[in-house]
Write a protein that binds this ligand. Structure first.
Ligand SMILES: NC(=O)C1=CN([C@@H]2O[C@H](COP(=O)(O)OP(=O)(O)OC[C@H]3O[C@@H](n4cnc5c(N)ncnc54)[C@H](O)[C@@H]3O)[C@@H](O)[C@H]2O)[C@@H](O)CC1
Length: 511
């Protein structure tokens, strides 16, 4: 897992390391790395360095300073460089270095003409010091773009981006991985990210979050919780209850059920409407139906902690395709009152109330559903607010609903009420297809059903349990993302493609 810090924290950490204004060591270090990546990109795109043309957007602050020092270094390597000044002033030492090296400067009005013959654009306009309201020039898509520290216009704390942001092919960022590069729009416009170590670790505070990598699954899941533990009795591999589907959305229940079965679940018990039951019988013969009366007696036995094979449900997945009705409400209330961990999705989210409870819950909203959850808790935000700072609002929901929130998006955010947060990136944007969330619910339900959370007898236990739940949510998102990446090799991704790839995804990740 890679630690992520807010851009503000990194800037605060850098500042004490600069003893006086003339100490430019950090900036020179940053600029050298930027120039190095500039050379690599020139080689990659034009096959040469000498005689190639680099244009840099230079802002008025230290970000522009980095760009100027980098241009000076490139000029010394025989690159024809031009610094396009976005403001009336620029970093003085950086300007002097560029002039000494023989690089040129030009006003912003000359940019369009300069871009006609340009092999690489370096975006050193604004970094961690950007304020809202920035206006940036548009750059033709065929020119490779290297961003200095942050793509200009991206908030380095939140990932919120100005509408005129210039998407980068690569971002060379200094000191630490910044949260603005891995969240929200920032993640979409940063391209490949390279972190340059400036020796700041000792001065940085606690990470804001962690980015989960493909090989982190082992870290995220406890060994004895593994869903696929060979030779385990089916009830030990987990019994999941699925409350899903409606006359209008029968397919959602089928997708979640198929997903859970594909993940190697021990046994699936389903409470679904009549028409969905018929579809499940043919499409998921492994599922065992559960009637209203049986649910009541089963939950009563669960409460008395009686271990009676199939009657022992380990966890619940509720919500895919669920519609509000008196019967649904009754079942939902029963399940929410049970002690079993739950993953709560789609239709069930709309029926949930804020507040504290003893049950371990993962809520899996997309941005629109998060908005509605927050509104119900009296927190009024717009979709634009959520897009501008997804981690913040996911955390608010985690607190208001006393649960782990898995916020779906270009970056999946999993966060606990105490702020512990994990970020999972999908290799393909194609995961945002209809039914993809139902598949995720099946995966999460399966992981929950085979997990052991123990009892919480102290505050530390409560925190440890919610962190474990957050890890598990991220593990589910990782498997889902990997199945999406595998399916994307074959073309566009449908929910059924994800189901087909799930066993391979699980195997690849070492489950
Ligand atoms: N602090 C340090 O020691 C180091 C900083 N480094 C670089 O310095 C950057 C941060 O430098 P700064 O704090 O100077 O900030 P920036 O250079 O990112 O931006 C600040 C400048 O942009 C202007 N500006 C911001 N928003 C604007 C807006 N909306 N409209 C018009 N002008 C606007 C400000 O007035 C200021 O002049 C980092 O991103 C990184 O590139 C690196 O050189 C490493 C060392």
């Amino acid at each position: 897992m890679i630690p992520v810090y807010t851009g503000s924290h990194v800037r605060d950490a850098e500042t004490p390391l600069i003893r006086d204004a003339s100490d430019l060591r950090l900036m020179r270090q940053a600029a050298a790395a930027l120039a190095h990546h500039g050379l690599l990109m020139l080689k990659e795109h034009t096959g040469r360095v000498y005689g190639s043309r680099v244009v840099a957007l230079i802002g008025p602050g230290n970000n522009g300073g980095d760009g100027l020092f980098a241009l000076a270094a490139l000029t010394k390597r025989g690159v024809a460089t031009t610094a396009v000044l976005l403001a009336s002033h620029a970093h003085p030492e950086g300007m002097a270095a560029l002039q000494r090296a023989g690089g040129r400067t030009a006003p912003a009005t000359a940019l369009e003409e300069l871009l006609v013959e340009c092999d690489l654009l370096i975006d050193a306009g604004y970094g961690t010091g950007v304020r809202p309201g920035i206006e940036l020039p548009s750059i033709p898509r065929d020119i490779p773009v290297l961003a200095c520290d942050m793509p200009s216009g991206v908030n380095s704390d939140t990932g919120g981006a100005a509408s005129s942001v210039i998407p980068a092919d690569k971002t060379v960022t200094f000191g630490a991985l910044k949260s603005g590069l891995v969240l929200g729009s920032g993640h979409l416009v940063s391209g490949r990210i390279h972190v340059v170590d400036l020796g700041l670790e000792a001065t940085l505070p606690e990470p804001e979050a962690w980015v989960v990598q493909g090989d982190d699954l082992e870290l995220l899941l406890d060994q004895d919780d593994s869903w696929s533990a060979a030779g385990r009795h089916k009830y030990q591999r987990g019994v999941l209850g699925l409350l899903a589907g409606s006359a209008r959305y029968p397919g959602a229940a089928v997708l979640s059920a198929r997903s859970a079965v594909a993940c190697g679940l021990g046994l699936l018990r389903t409470i679904v409407p009549q028409n969905v039951a018929a579809a499940l019988t043919t499409q998921v013969p492994e599922a065992v139906g559960l009637g209203s009366a049986e649910l009541t007696s089963l939950l009563a036995r669960n409460r008395r902690n009686e271990r009676e094979g199939a009657t022992r449900i380990g966890a619940w997945a509720i919500g895919p395709g669920l519609e509000d009705s008196a019967e649904t409400r009754k079942h939902l209330d029963q399940v929410l009152a049970s002690g079993n961990p739950c993953v709560i999705d789609a239709g069930a989210l709309a029926m949930l109330e804020p507040g504290t409870h003893r049950q371990l819950r993962i809520l899996t909203p997309h941005a629109g559903e998060l908005n509605a959850l927050l509104a119900k808790a009296g927190i009024r935000v717009s979709s634009r607010d959520i897009a501008a700072d997804p981690l913040r609002w996911a955390r608010w929901a985690a607190v208001a609903y006393d649960c782990v929130v898995l916020l779906k998006g270009s970056a999946t955010i999993c966060t606990a009420p105490d702020g512990y947060a994990l970020i999972v990136h999908a290799a393909t944007p194609d995961l945002a297809t209809a039914g993809s969330g139902d598949v995720l619910t099946g995966i999460l339900g399966t992981l929950l059903a085979s997990a052991h959370f123990g009892t919480a007898s102290s505050n530390e236990d409560v925190v440890a349990r919610t962190h474990k739940l957050t890890d598990l949510a991220a593990a589910g998102a990782l498997v889902h993302a990997h199945a999406g990446a595998l399916a994307a090799h074959e073309g566009t991704v449908s929910a059924v493609d994800l189901l087909v790839e799930l066993p391979r995804a699980a195997r690849d990740l070492g489950l």
